[in-house]
Write a protein that binds this ligand. Sequence first.
Ligand code: MN
Length: 291
Amino acid sequence: MRICRFGNDRIGLVRGDLVHDVSDVLERLGVHRYPLPRYDLLLAALDDLLPEFEAAAALVEGIPFNGLELLAPVANPGKIVAAPVNYLKHLEEARTDSAIHHQNQVGEIDRVGLFLKATSSLVGASHGVSLRFPDRRNDHEIELVAVIGRVADRVSASRALDYVAGYSIGLDMTVRGPEERSMRKSIDTYSVLGPMLVTRDEFGDPAGVALELTVNGEPRQIANTRDLVLSIPELIERASRYYTLQPGDLIYTGTPEGVAAVLPGDTITASIERIGTIEVAVTGEVAESDA
Ligand code: MN
């Protein structure tokens, strides 16, 4: 099944070129009071809601998917986990480009482990990326994102995919410089997710999936998840060894080679096999806000 979030926080079931608005089913999530749980309410209930989404979709006309304002398909992830340098060819390019390897932050993922991005950086594809420091180098990174569906505490790689609700396309945007990754990659709008969540059963095996990113139509990243250093099950095993993964947590699985700068006015087009395509506009902030 394919689920998107669009417009004014509507939830849609995607079938072909059409979207069926099934937002009424969200009434089932009930009313929550302070303090709110640290997981995504929809992802925590997804297994129960999927049949209801199907039933609701049968009762409403579809609307065209193209042209919808697409929000991040997960509204409230408790964590955004990300893998640094998880493709060998990206490790090679990072080691040979001083603009990327600044202060030698590039290590083997097996040694340095994972990092976290602020959840406030998350936007949908239609929102676009706003470069906070346009005078510095800002790079695109296309990544397959695994969305966690069940509480995962110290799970083994052999069972890890059972804890995944589905997959989506991610952009892990990066400003280059000496700061920690968690700072450089947590700028508002620097985590893009979309265009929809494809459930695990529909998506199938996340190994051997093709990724492609172009900027203004020019190919930049063409890769395949078969070349991941740590596979998605291994990433989940590694992450959940340190912290419990909750429904809605996002695992950005790392960028392949071909990272390069984007500038205000650019359009990033990112496609992943079996999911689809996101088109993301890049803008630059002209003034600092005191708001
Ligand atoms: Mn990345």
